[in-house]
Design a protein around this ligand. Sequence first.
Ligand SMILES: *Cc1c(COP(=O)(O)O)cnc(C)c1O
Length: 400
Amino acid sequence: MNYETLGEQTKAIHAGESPDKVTGASAPNIVMSTTFSVDANTGFSVETLNENDPWIYTRWGNPTLQQLEVKLAALEQAETAVVFASGMGALSTLLFHLLKAGDHAIVSDVAYAALSELVKDVLPNLGIDISRVNTANLASISAAIKANTRLVYIESPCNPLLRITDIAAVADIAHRTGARLAIDSTFATPIATRPLLLGADYVIHSLTKYLCGHGDALGGVILGNRADLAPLRKKTAIRFGGSLSPFNAWLIMRGMATFPIRMRVHEDNALRVAEFLERHPKILRVIYPGLPSHPQHELARRQMKNFSGILTFRMENGRAEAARIAAKLKIIHYAVSLGHHRSLLFYLHSEDLLKTSFSLEHPEQLESWNEFAGDGIFRLSVGLENAEDIIADLRQALED
Ligand SMILES: *Cc1c(COP(=O)(O)O)cnc(C)c1O
């Protein structure tokens, strides 16, 4: 079936799925089998694997995983997708597939902590040269380009600052020197932004977040062109072995049926909570792409069709307040992660993060960090509870 002309909600429900040919079952079956009975000429190496070969071994490909890949590709308007056991499984496979000793990559100076640490601690030991830059500043990217730059890696909005990068402009800069552009679009989701249509070469999502949406399955995906992803699957993904469990693929597909609807409610709730916090006397600063007070609100409006559900706020003595608030919350969970139906709050202390995950050396980088985060931020992933209940929970937790 051709999904291109269908709406987002129809794609989210039907893409990749059809009634089972044997039983007529309307909901997808979960194929947990790790191996498949094959004919006697089947090759034993993935080197001889072709795209339309029958199923052989689940690490190479599996009907349930493929259903999820088709659904994700339809929503992102990508030619194809490869799913992984986690977002980090997707990200590490992409980096090790694209980069080798002697290559240079430009990576957002602030990005998901585990990705930042991988790029800081592991890649340089393999002879890969890394420049960390504030990718919201286009001049910094241009200045960092070298003759051997193979990859520009961005996150928008970035975790945890919610700083936004102009994807089309960065695609232009990267492509002018023959580098590829990869973007982690977990915070934006395909409902807000379709980076491939803006010129990006690879889009990555942690499926653990909004796409699954229910906090009960880890998963990751890389989306892009078939010409890029067929070799990535064959040469790197299958050999690294970060395969998604078909059971988790099925849970993620189940979550995705309501994904476009959920994003509307996440956005509505987040805007109401952001406005409440902005008026609260104990809150120093709120950052949410949907608020006119976001330093890049104009870019956010241009690039995001939905402002998603994550906001940050700052308080005097954030660390002490975090301990007090965590003990008082009744509905919101004090926990890491985001994009779940449950609201999740977590405090991130700047001094700690700048030691463990980010090394911001340039004064411009520190200035930008301070503008968005100051001494530390509360990251709130606004869930799907009634907005008035989320606000009431925050109001009572913020009281002295
Ligand atoms: C959570 C997250 C990841 C990592 O995903 P996992 O599924 O936990 O491995 C990567 N990028 C962003 C922006 C995230 O929020």
